[in-house]
Design a protein around this ligand. Sequence first.
Ligand SMILES: *Cc1c(COP(=O)(O)O)cnc(C)c1O
Length: 428
Amino acid sequence: MFGEAIALHHFDWQRHDSMYVFLLPCMYFLFNVILHFKGKRFVTLRTTSLIIYIIHPMMIVVIRLFSRLFHLQSLLVENSIVHYFMVCLTSVVFGVVLTAMWNKYKPKKAKHTTDTDRAYLEIDLNNLEHNVKVLKGAMPQKCKLMAVVKAEAYGHGIYEIVTHLGKIGVKVFAVATIDEGIKLRQYGVSGEILILGYTAPARAKELRKYDFTQTLIDYEYSLLLNKQGYDVMTHIKVDTGMHRLGFDAKDIENIFAVFSMKHIKVSGIYTHLCAADSVDEKDIFFTNVQIESFYNLLNQLKEKGITIPKIHIQSSYGLLNYPELKCDYVRAGVSLYGVLSSPNDRTKLQLDLRPVLSLKSRVILLREIKKGDSVGYSRSFVANRDSLIAVLPVGYADGYPRWPSQRAERGKGFQETRLTSSHEFTSE
Ligand SMILES: *Cc1c(COP(=O)(O)O)cnc(C)c1O
């Protein structure tokens, strides 16, 4: 810009020192610099800057007029620095005043409201925050929380969950698919995102573009991914007994071979425990064999001169029943949302986890029926006394399944079933 100014003056090309050539790249650069500072949004500033942009040429005219009227030209116009600051000052002052007026008198937009006529989910972000604290407290010191937010954050709504987790300092996320990962990036997640599931090798370019960490599910897959020619960050998944995804824990040669693949960057290694939820002796034995074979593998790799930065084993139940394991991450899913897979599960650690989700509905109709009358399809409920019946406007379309029929009485039925205790009714 400086060069442009010098050139303009030297060749006397134009009347004003407006630098049209370098203005655009300069602004582009400065705007990108500003974007690096992540902070709160001030929506009002947006309006103010727009107003300043529109009115500043008028302020030039106003200052010139004012100077002429009061004979201040030599000070306010001819001294270009003073002139510049006067235009800035008056533009900002008018910008702020006009913004305040605009905010006061602008047409009111309809507020976003949630349809709560029938049934709705209530997401308690305070409980989410509480669970994060409790889980972190239960983890070994240098271990970090990897928030598992696959499947719309277990149905809680991925946007709300992820933005709140980001606000309270969670930086590492896990999703099942690359498309879930892309969503997170679009929502502004800048931390590490591990894709737990399979991504077609043909999408390697996107893995690179969005800076994802991809799970290597076996040797063939690693070869194919490497062949695409894009450097991809990866975690090796080791199968220690679940027998779904992962290299066989004994397949040391192939695991070793991955480290010499040109485009595969390994930043972590993990396994998944498939019976960690059980306190049955046989399952505990099985799980310990899993853990042992995983650490064995790590030792063998170490002997070959390989240490891998990030190691992780536990998901929710892994932490709750095997809290002593030393790892870099705990991949917490269900526990983050404050529930267990089965509400009656007993676990070694008893953490005060609080349900994040409640399904709520309201009573829209009360009616009396006589003893012997039935309610609903197949006459499935028959009153054994004169009864008062409450009708709630909730059904399949609202995500409420058929099987709790007649079991969901006053919360009691829920405790006895696999539907977690997080489901309650305001009407109770
Ligand atoms: C889903 C998943 C988790 C999270 O499990 P939770 O039991 O919900 O904590 C952890 N690791 C892997 C590999 C998963 O697929």
